[in-house]
Ligand binder design. Sequence first.
Ligand code: UDP
Length: 243
Amino acid sequence: MNGGVEVVGIKIDNVNMDEAAALMEEFLETDRCSMVFTPNSEILLTAVRDREFESILNSGHLVVPDGIGVVIASRFYGTPVKERVAGFDLMMRLMDMADSRGNSVYLLGGREGVAEEAAIKLTESYGNLRIAGTRNGYFEEDSENNIVNEINNSKADILLAALGAPKQEKFIYKHSDKLKVKIAMGVGGSLDVLAGKVKRAPEFYQKAGLEWFYRLVKEPRRIIRVLRIPKFIALAFYDAKLK
Ligand code: UDP
């Protein structure tokens, strides 16, 4: 943990965006598969109820606070995190790095065609970034070994797993010993954003910690998910009091 804080039992690194990016650059120089996770309130709430998921998040090499709820919760434990490090932004920093270093990326996840569309968008924006391969995120457990072989044969340096939480973290952890990528990052719905299927909130909402509100207005059925934010904050409040 990089000077971090434990929030509802999950170790969160207290790094800002630049520090997180610098750590990822170091990961690209090693020979192990470094796992990068970006939990938000909803993900942490899932981890509280799922011990396996909790220990997987705690084995991440870089775990950043994605979401205003996690930022608020960290204050209860007396170690406020420096800033929100949004998963999508961190992923784009990794893409900047991959572009300038000439690294290759495998995109796994989303519905049929989403990873391919995201790959087109990435190659349009970046001259040197190499797309090693793409695959949709709907598969049976018994094809996982084939997928891992496909990723390894592609010689990708980076795996972006967009399978939603906790599926993406469980997939990364389960195969981390076999995966030959240097970074495996769980990126949730980020390939949908890259592919233009989902829009991110304008910067004002992001800066004000109101991205959840923007997404709620655009997609009212997210209400169930949004209501988990105050639930998580209350849980963290009581958990911190018990410490
Ligand atoms: N997904 C997938 N396989 C699955 C379930 C989900 O590839 O078995 C994809 C889904 O298509 C979407 C992403 O995972 O692109 C999950 O997005 P979500 O909005 O839940 O993630 P968030 O960004 O909110 O963490």
